[in-house]
Design a protein around this ligand. Structure first.
Ligand code: UDP
Length: 231
């Protein structure tokens, strides 16, 4: 299971879409598929809208989260489109909010069936509920479909550091962490509720920089890249 943030689709900008970034992300997914690995992707929507900015727009938070979820659907359709254009034979977008004309509803057993048959499954609209980002759905879906690991794709940072590497050049990257260490040290990996769910279900996590070509495939081949988090 890959957690892909919408930010990675925006390319150099904070918002919007970049054709080059989309091509890169889709190519990375294809390279993992070519290894014979079953791949599902939970796609974020931060490049379109974030629900926690509801105050700035003067709108209700739940409404804002609904808009954010629709953003993840847009990104998911972009990813399906590019994966298909790159020759991926079977790509399924499954949404937690029903939008039947453009995508299948998320049904756990059906998603697992698609994965077993070799389809890339793109999971849109998070868990279909407000007050969470796509961090929580990425962990939840990974556990639901019995994924071997969650690949947490970061944009421009190649793992978990002891302090922000953009502000502190001397920051050190961890190669391996336990869930307890992350929580004790308050390290920024993902939303805490999502992280605790991962810990409770002992879901192995790899945090890496999606900008670096071939990293996801390397992780799937068993190479140690970025930061590994486990029990
Ligand atoms: N969102 C939500 N429920 C979900 C998943 C997402 O309400 O299950 C909304 C939330 O407002 C979030 C937005 O969709 O801010 C976009 O997702 P996210 O912030 O995770 O995008 P990313 O940062 O990964 O690009």
């Amino acid at each position: 299971m890959v957690k892909l943030s919408g930010r990675a689709i925006a390319g150099p900008d904070e918002y919007g879409f970049s054709a080059a970034a989309l091509d890169h992300l889709a190519s990375e997914v294809v390279s993992v598929r070519r290894l014979g690995v079953q791949v599902a992707v939970v796609v974020g929507g931060g490049n379109v809208f974030r629900g926690n900015r509801s105050d700035a727009w003067g709108i209700d938070r739940v409404e804002a989260d609904n808009i954010g979820m629709l953003g993840t659907v847009i990104n998911s359709l972009l990813l399906r489109g590019r994966l298909t254009a790159l020759g991926e034979p079977d790509v399924r977008v499954m949404t937690a909010v029903p939008i039947d004309a453009v995508a299948e509803p998320y049904i756990r057993l059906r998603a697992m069936h698609h994965l077993e048959k070799g389809a890339v499954v793109v999971l849109a609209a998070g868990i279909g509920q407000p007050f969470v980002t796509t961090d929580y759905p990425s962990v939840q879906r990974a556990i639901e479909v019995d994924a071997d690991a969650l690949l947490v794709a970061k944009h421009g940072v190649d793992g978990v550091y002891d302090s922000d590497p953009h502000k502190h050049p001397e920051a050190l990257r961890f190669r391996k962490l336990t869930y307890a260490h992350v929580l004790e040290q308050g390290l920024a990996v993902m939303d805490q509720s999502a992280f605790i769910l991962a810990r409770d279900h002992k879901l192995p996590m790899h945090v890496f920089d999606i900008e670096q070509s071939g990293v996801m495939a390397a992780i799937c081949r068993g190479e140690r890249r970025g930061t590994y988090i486990g029990p």
